[in-house]
Design a protein around this ligand. Sequence first.
Ligand SMILES: Nc1ncnc2c1ncn2[C@@H]1O[C@H](COP(=O)(O)OP(=O)(O)OP(=O)(O)O)[C@@H](O)[C@H]1O
Length: 611
Amino acid sequence: MSAAGPEDGPAPSSGVSSGVPALPATPLRFILHFVASYPWWYLAMLLFETANVTCGILLPYALGRIVKGVTASPVASPAVVDALHGPLLLFVALCAGELVFGRIAGGIQIRIGPRQRQNVTRTLFHYLQHHSHRYFSNSFAGSLAHRVSETALGVVQALWSLLTEFWPIAIVLTVSIVLMSRAHVQLGLFVSLWAVLFIGLSYLLARRSRPLAINASAARSDTTGKVVDSVTNLSSTRLFARLGFERQLLDEAQVTEMAALRLSNRYNERVRWFQFGAAAVLKAGILYYALTLWSRGEIGVGDFVMAVSLGLMIINEARNLSRRFLEFFEYIGNVANGVHSIVQPHELVDAPGAVAARVRAGRIEFRDVAFGYDPARPVFDGLNVTVEAGQRVGLVGFSGSGKSTFVNLLLRLYDVQRGAVLVDGVDVRGMTQDALHEQLSLIPQDPSLFHRSLMDNIRYGRLDASDDEVMAAAAQAHAHAFIMQAPEAYDAMVGERGVKLSGGQRQRIAIARVILKNAPVLILDEATSSLDSVTEDAIQTTLEEVMRGKTVIVVAHRLSTIAHLDRILVFDEGRIVEDGSHQALLARRGVYWQLWSRQAGGFLPDRRAAS
Ligand SMILES: Nc1ncnc2c1ncn2[C@@H]1O[C@H](COP(=O)(O)OP(=O)(O)OP(=O)(O)O)[C@@H](O)[C@H]1O
């Protein structure tokens, strides 16, 4: 086996780039960030909405002119009718404009809305994919899925709210007030003052609803997370007869959710009381004031009609606007819930100069490594060990001694707190994560499969593998025979996480996948533990072939599975206390010898049983 050094260059097979575009971490900026995806569509929407609303707002003006014309003379005459043509035409044109522009804006909304939602979902999913193992260990999968979907919906709703509600309302208010002021300055001032006070207060009140909306959204996500967690573990629930217990847990989650929702709803309802009350007062006020002006002869009938209908329109729009504030802050709350939990800095990122180094030899080195999941409680403190290229090494030790942690650091699921893990002399932090993972293969103890066909699950090891190559890998992993027994053969779906397969079958699929991947470093976590002894023997022979020419790390709980390896590292409380071949370690009559002589039924005793 050559011990050539690393070589910069493309990784052996393609994969997504690990560069994730940065996302704004505040909800409003996050929403606006997505406007840039379809800037022209949003601009068009803005223009059509403006045209639509302008038509709507000019209708009372046209109506006012018609009324003025009709009331100009007590009896209809051809001259009066002629004078009505212009205002009538204007009225019809405005109605048509309102219809056409409104529908065009609606059409754009239908076209862009679903795409935008898809865009946000894809962006968040991409961002989420790059979170660390630790992040996912601390999060509910169901709750994250819920947050992604609620955030995507929230972004679209907030944008529509701005474009199709806030913007039109702002135009309506401005134009109406201008028209009204032209009819009677004091009347215009009176309504303007009311609108400013009303909107300002509504905004302030609605803004205070935001934390309540965030709480309600977070509580909803938690409930979804709990439902998914419980459904995922339904077989345990059944086997422990804990269906009632799970329902009770859900009830408790729902009590919290309901309490958060009730607080939010109650607050919103109080704000609505204020809004509706203020609107009612103004309605009566404006009618009274306009009547007074008319009775004093300061305005005519036409202006009276226009003022009253504009006044009512302003009141409705202002009331809508303040209601929209409440909804808008609810959308912002939903977006904030997702943004705060998902758009956090990634814990493990590719360093700026990270290279897609190609692992040629597979030499592994832990150099003065210190690491603890909680830095205050280190698992390793100054671990030094080198696995030469092509060496096959078994890791043994009591439960909790650090074997899986060793593998986690090699896979860079976590970063060391001191020292370095090197593959072919390159610090794993200096390699792109895609390149690193392309070149290390792991067969976990309990492999989890995708709910896809067997063909797709095996092909996951190398996406461009042909059907024949997939079948050859399956045959090598002793999976072909059982696959062919099912009527759908390779097209059979495996169920969520592969539940429709036995543990041994899942393991063989995982082995087939790794055969296809053909990475230079192979990590086996007791890869044959779920197999019966006949299949295990056959698979061991296959694994021997798969291991040829590769650096292999085997985490073992049964010493028989590693006795034949080149070298065994014995872990004890984060230290390597023995290092050598099976024979050499037995001859030392140390920890390994103790483990070997005391392992019951092929399995290691735990620390207490051994001491
Ligand atoms: N995700 C985690 N978060 C916090 N602590 C952890 C985590 N995983 C492991 N540990 C702790 O780190 C220590 C080493 O655990 P590790 O899983 O490496 O042991 P192991 O030798 O692989 O054990 P086993 O043979 O039981 O799998 C243990 O004390 C364990 O409790």
